[in-house]
Design a protein around this ligand. Structure first.
Ligand SMILES: C[S@@+](CC[C@H](N)C(=O)[O-])C[C@H]1O[C@@H](n2cnc3c(N)ncnc32)[C@H](O)[C@@H]1O
Length: 184
């Protein structure tokens, strides 16, 4: 196992012990495989926390010669994530935007080939609306924790129904189901 993978294992153990809601290890592996299979190069993450999912993405994105933009509104989490990114020497491919994603997303002028949504569940409909046009055709959006917190995201499910957009509901982990949408 490489140093980065060891570092990630230690971070994960610490965060599990301290109840920090990162993606599970199984989900992290799935997300990394998707980035690998698709050869993604420009990834947008909404909801970074201390950067566990971001580091997992960055390991693969670095191999693809790409970069990550990630948004988080907790200054404390941003400070910890920055230190973690520097520790694994992946900070140079990660652009952290500190603030409310609802304010930041409209100002992002780029298109992305992979979008990962993992912030406040009751705002998933808004995050979807603010990011959908930024996703390239043929590429992937993943929304995390869509069953455990389904009760907080009814407006998102209703919106999917309303616009008739098909999606895959994937039981990646008992504790961590995701929605995967592949854009036509
Ligand atoms: C579930 S955690 C993210 C976990 C991370 N993706 C991982 O797996 O390592 C959700 C994070 O989203 C942040 N967040 C929630 N709503 C937000 C918003 N509107 N704008 C920016 N950050 C937000 C929270 O502060 C929290 O750190």
């Amino acid at each position: 196992m490489t140093n980065i993978e060891n570092f990630l294992k230690e971070l994960k153990a610490y965060w599990v012990a301290n109840d920090i809601p990162n993606v599970t290890e199984t989900n992290a592996r799935f997300l990394r495989d998707l980035v690998k299979i698709k050869w993604a190069k420009n990834l947008l993450e909404v909801g970074m926390a201390n950067g566990y999912s971001t580091i997992n993405f960055a390991i693969e994105i670095q191999k693809n010669g790409g970069k990550i933009t990630t948004i988080e509104f907790s200054p404390d989490s941003v400070a910890k994530a920055k230190a973690n990114f520097e520790a694994v020497k992946l900070d140079w491919i990660i652009d952290i935007r500190c603030g409310n994603a609802l304010d930041i997303l409209p100002s992002l002028g780029e298109k992305y080939d992979f979008i990962f949504i993992d912030a406040m569940k009751k705002r998933y409909k808004d995050f979807f609306i603010l990011t959908w046009d930024k996703l390239e055709s043929g590429w992937i959006m993943i929304l995390d924790d869509v069953i455990k917190f389904r009760h907080k995201m009814e407006s998102f499910y209703e919106y999917m129904e309303e616009i008739g957009l098909e999606y895959n509901l994937l039981p990646i982990d008992e504790d961590d189901w995701v929605i995967m949408i592949v854009k036509d």
